[in-house]
Write a protein that binds this ligand. Structure first.
Ligand SMILES: [Zn+2]
Length: 438
């Protein structure tokens, strides 16, 4: 038996353990795992490297259609590969938003010809498309419905209980929720005025905004029986609450909430620390790490959400909320592994197996025979400095500029093809839509 590709001598992170092995690929799928496997057309020497399943960033905003001078699907998916991801799931709050069958059909075709990595598509819920969501969530490449229950970038907002309940009753797959409570956000907005310190962002969108919204959504999830995925959980209060609702709820934590701490982040970064939900103080940072350690967290996302520099440098609260992150998430998480904050196996569970399980991505997220031959190959010992000039997102900045990390993505294999190696991405986009369980 001959193979198309054999990865040789790497330390592989399998669901059952971390061990040295060769992995053989045929027709884009993993065909054999062992030692001394048969002849292969191409060999990849992975000695000295760790071979992870193709990592998935389940939370990016690639702004396409939108402003290509900030980000686009071609540039954002190249950034994903350079950062060590094989797959991204892209949010719907573009311009126009992905909220109707015609825009979805356009995006499916566009992704097939313009994405450098594999791709999942979110559908945005609005108060006027509720009746169409059940059919749209079954379309090819759709990872989930996204509900913005609290306002952020864009015009998608479903904030009241009756509308959220109607969305939940209009389909059956797990829904992803931005849960901050819109009414409390509006009530508190008047407490602040233009030009106040950037750190006020975390006071306006306080822990109760997030906790109240999450409580409301989980209550409605129980009422309707519809599973909910709470994205970017950011408060100690939510973690405590969600531990009692694991029958219906899964949850995401962002790299930023595991890496940056208020008020220092606002003092050093100004508007480049402004995101929703906000970066918070050490109490919540410690709670997020505890949740990671205790198995409460299901997925880690970057919430890559670029804005032009001018929009980030406006006085608060006119500052645009959202940070670049798809290219830096894996190096930063590898640095956390090296610092002993989580194991490499736990990182893989949160960044590959977890997203595949939560969203029902078929043949993704683990190294096992019959699965897609997607691999994120990393050098755990390599030290590098993250800099703005490395960022290929046209917006051209990262909040982690200047940060030195240990651990770096060396290559990405996508369905048996080496699509990134040594900081170089192939010239042709070869990404495909992910298949999801209906
Ligand atoms: Zn987001």
């Amino acid at each position: 038996m001959s193979y198309d590709l054999c990865l040789e001598g790497g330390v592989c992170v399998f669901p059952w353990g971390v061990t040295e092995a060769d992995i053989a690929v045929r027709d884009g799928r993993i065909a054999a795992i062992g030692r001394g496997l048969g002849p292969a057309a191409e060999r990849f020497d992975a000695r000295g490297l760790h071979v992870l399943p193709g990592l998935i960033d389940p939370h990016v905003h690639l702004r396409d259609p939108g402003d290509a001078s900030v980000e686009s699907i071609p540039t954002g998916t190249r950034a994903a590969l350079l950062g060590g991801f094989a797959t991204v799931f892209d949010m719907p709050n573009t311009n126009p938003s992905v909220v109707d069958p015609a825009t979805l059909a356009w995006k499916q075709g566009y992704v097939d010809t313009h994405s450098y990595c594999d791709f999942g598509i979110y559908i945005g819920a609005t108060k006027t498309n509720i009746g169409a969501l059940g059919a749209m969530e079954q379309a090819s490449g759709v990872c989930a419905i996204k509900v913005f229950a609290g306002s952020s970038t864009g015009d998608l907002l479903v904030e009241d209980d009756a509308s959220i309940e109607a969305v939940m009753r209009g389909g059956r797959r797990r829904i992803a929720f931005h849960s901050e409570d819109e009414y409390r956000l509006r009530d508190r907005r008047g407490l602040f005025s233009s030009g106040m310190p950037y750190a006020c962002h975390a006071e306006w969108r306080d822990p109760e905004c997030a906790f109240l919204g999450t409580r409301r959504i989980i209550g409605l999830a129980h009422k309707t029986g519809r599973p909910a995925h709470i994205v970017h959980v950011s408060t100690e209060e939510e973690f405590g609450w969600l531990a009692d609702h694991r029958d219906i709820a899964t949850l995401e934590v962002l790299v930023n909430h595991l890496t940056q701490i208020a008020p220092e982040c606002y003092e050093t970064l100004g508007g480049y620390a402004v995101m929703n939900p906000p970066l918070r103080d050490r109490r919540h940072y410690d709670a997020a790490w505890r949740a990671v350690r205790e198995g409460l967290v299901d997925t880690i996302g970057s919430d890559h959400a670029p804005h032009p520099r001018a929009a980030k440098e406006r006085p608060w609260p006119e500052t645009a909320a959202g940070l670049t992150g798809v290219q830096t998430a894996v190096p930063i998480m590898l640095d956390h592994v090296n610092a002993g904050r989580l194991s490499l196996a736990r990182m893989v569970e949160l960044m590959a197996d977890g997203p595949a399980r939560v969203y029902g991505a078929l043949r993704k997220g683990r190294i096992a025979v019959g699965y897609d031959a997607d691999f994120s190959i990393v050098d755990l010992g390599r030290r590098k400095r993250i800099t703005n000039d490395w960022i290929v997102t046209p917006a051209g900045w990262t909040p982690f500029d200047g940060m030195e990390v240990t651990g770096w993505p060396e290559a990405v294999v996508l369905r048996g093809q080496v699509v990134m190696r040594g900081g170089e991405v192939g010239s042709e986009p070869s990404g495909k839509r992910v298949t999801f369980r209906s």
